[in-house]
Design a protein around this ligand. Structure first.
Ligand SMILES: Nc1ncnc2c1ncn2[C@@H]1O[C@H](COP(=O)(O)OP(=O)(O)OP(=O)(O)O)[C@@H](O)[C@H]1O
Ligand SMILES: [Mg+2]
Length: 249
């Protein structure tokens, strides 16, 4: 079992779009029992998968000792893809975590799901606080989407510094150049410079349409030019995880 977190301290960089897409590819293309766990109270994952879940807000109760994550998991229209949806209780998650004071609670919860799922994808809010501490503690791989801009690169520096300073054993980071537009000079410069060798996800209306259609791109327009880079990204992630799973610690 592997936990993949899609996280950045910057908002609106394509985290939810990527998290939903790779979760779908994990389940549908790689046939993994996959859980997409939405940690952001904006609840974008439910929206993107076409689900409307109206129920009492209680996801944060999972972080106290009494609740079982499996009780809150929802089916999606793809049998191998399940969703642990966000709700409004997550607005107070960082306060609850500070009070609980247990830095590896999310890690414990994901480990308990081993056996039911082989891939868990975390869609994270754009924060650096108790929630990201938990995410870093739970993840086997951190995917960090970065649009080509100086502010994104500053965010990556801040993330690297945070990992070095406060997380002596942290998972590897996979930076992804997101929302790339090859017509723009700045984008090309970043792509050929600091981001050389990173996976690239183009700025594309087909990818944007996933939020309108409320389905992952591969489910409604797999033929589109934008699906191939997303599949390459997933294949690269899988290759990294398989290497880790077959390499003795
Ligand atoms: N590669 C892309 N091409 C075009 N539009 C994109 C792309 N990736 C994401 N978008 C659009 O950008 C907007 C922000 O994307 P998304 O919600 O995935 O970002 P986010 O990082 O999760 O945001 P937040 O920090 O608010 O959670 C959405 O409207 C989405 O459809
Ligand atoms: Mg999001």
């Amino acid at each position: 079992m592997a936990v993949i977190a899609v996280w950045s301290i910057k908002g609106g960089v394509g985290k939810t779009t990527l998290a939903v897409d790779i979760a779908w590819r994990s389940a549908v293309r790689s046939h993994h029992k996959t859980l997409l766990w939405d940690l952001d109270p904006q609840a974008g994952c439910s929206w993107m998968l076409g689900l409307d879940c109206k129920r009492p807000p209680r996801v944060t109760s999972l972080f106290h000792r009494d609740a079982q994550a499996t009780d809150l998991v929802l089916e999606t229209r793809w049998p191998d893809l399940k969703l642990l949806p966000a709700d409004d209780s997550l607005r107070s998650l960082s306060i609850a975590l500070a009070r609980i004071g247990h830095r590896r609670r999310l890690s414990q919860l994901t480990k308990r799901l081993n056996g039911q799922f082989t891939r868990i994808i975390l869609d994270c809010p754009p924060v650096m606080n108790e929630i990201s501490d938990q995410v870093i503690g739970a993840a086997d791989l951190l995917i960090v989407p970065l649009p080509p801009s100086p502010l994104s690169m500053r965010a990556l520096d801040a993330i690297r510094q945070e990992l070095v300073r406060n997380h002596s054993r942290h998972p590897p980071i996979l930076p992804v150049l997101s929302m790339y537009d090859g017509r723009r000079r700045l984008h090309r410069e970043v792509h050929q410079g600091i981001a050389a060798g990173w996976p690239v996800i183009p700025m594309a209306s087909a990818i944007e349409q996933a939020a309108v259609r409320r389905q992952p791109l591969g489910a409604f327009a797999d033929w589109s030019d934008s699906s191939a880079p997303l599949q390459r990204l997933w294949d690269g992630i899988e290759a990294k995880l398989r290497l880790r799973e077959t390499t003795p610690p």
